[in-house]
Design a protein around this ligand. Sequence first.
Ligand SMILES: C[S@@+](CC[C@H](N)C(=O)[O-])C[C@H]1O[C@@H](n2cnc3c(N)ncnc32)[C@H](O)[C@@H]1O
Length: 150
Amino acid sequence: MDDLVAEGYTDLTVFDLSSIALAVAKQRLGEHADIVLWIEGDITRAKFPMNRFDIWHDRAVFHFLTDPANRHAYVERVISAVRPGGHVIVATFAEDGPEKCSGLPVMRYQPEALHAVFGDTFQLVEHEKEAHHTPFGTVQQFVYCYCRKR
Ligand SMILES: C[S@@+](CC[C@H](N)C(=O)[O-])C[C@H]1O[C@@H](n2cnc3c(N)ncnc32)[C@H](O)[C@@H]1O
């Protein structure tokens, strides 16, 4: 988000369950925080206008959805809220990533399996792995999938 603001993008939305996470990000952006629409809520219940977003970017949220019904609800929202031809980038723990995060169980994905959850509405364009170095000095294996909505 910080980089997008710095590059001059103005139609930006940040969504998170945690008011504290939103407050930290807002504080980090300082005077630029007003450019962003901040929404607190559960992504599996969120209501967005149809075709609202050109780009959907999720790092380390989707993998918290261990219940198939919640994953289905999430994907339904991406299908509805991203415009046709829009871009979807989802990063989760990789198959050799941690089994838990913040004490909560998480899902771990290979790129093809992550794409399969999203289904044929999305074309998998590319994927890559990343060794993420956390502020706590640990390393977490992530997989990034970049898809286009058909
Ligand atoms: C590991 S943090 C990642 C934060 C940020 N995306 C990043 O990459 O730095 C996971 C975030 O997912 C949020 N989260 C977990 N379940 C969620 C849900 N059902 N709806 C919205 N946000 C959720 C948490 O509040 C937390 O801020």
